[in-house]
Design a protein around this ligand. Structure first.
Ligand code: PRP
Ligand code: MN
Ligand code: MG
Length: 180
């Protein structure tokens, strides 16, 4: 698997540093707010589990599963809700945790969904932001790392379902796309 990687974009240490920095900031900003921290499956699983352990607050944790890429390299444009959250969000402070914001469609969908359900506040923490990829307006409140307009894998991000378990973030060799 590691052999399919052309270059490392962010190392395990880079990711750890970003988690610590964001965790400290969120700890400060959410004092007394008892947030619901919602991880967006599947890409955000690793970031979610690392980030919340760097936040020193009482919180509820939940997960939502939406999919738009259906495993490929391009956003399909249509978002599907695969698994909903369990907790009632009415009047609550919500913090979404994402691995990456690219076109912005997923985030827009999630924000609209919880706004309709009466959340008190909705913010977003993303490990990676790809500003050049935006198709709809979407902005993260907390950003760990910026990525260039390249398709990246690892630390939760997949290509046809694979590479999520790489501990770092990298770019695939071009031949991987045509062969598999
Ligand atoms: C990826 C990624 C983000 C979203 C970002 O998820 O994990 O959730 O796309 O892209 P966008 O800003 O263009 O909407 P994906 O739909 O591939 O599902 P996954 O997390 O299960 O891989
Ligand atoms: Mn995702
Ligand atoms: Mg994906």
């Amino acid at each position: 698997m590691n052999n399919d990687i052309l270059k490392t974009l962010y190392s395990e240490q880079d990711i750890e540093n970003a988690c610590k920095r964001l965790g400290d900031q969120i700890t400060t900003d959410y004092q007394g707010k008892n947030p619901i921290v919602i991880g967006v499956l599947k890409g955000a699983i690793f970031f979610m589990t690392d980030l919340v352990r760097d936040i020193d607050l009482y919180m509820d944790i939940d997960f939502i599963d939406v999919s738009s890429y259906h495993g490929g390299t391009h956003s399909s444009g249509s978002i599907e809700l695969m698994k909903d959250i369990d907790i009632d969000v009415k009047g609550r402070n919500i913090l979404f945790v994402e691995d990456i914001i690219d076109t912005g469609r997923t985030l827009k969908y999630l924000e609209d969904l919880l706004e309709d359900r009466g959340a008190k506040s909705i913010k977003v923490c993303t490990l990676m932001d790809k500003p050049e990829g935006r198709v709809v307006e979407a902005k993260a409140d907390y950003v760990g790392l910026e990525v260039p307009n390249e398709f990246v894998v690892g630390y939760g991000l997949d290509y046809v379902g694979k590479y999520r378990n790489l501990p770092y973030v990298g770019v695939l060799k071009p031949e991987v796309y045509s062969d598999k």
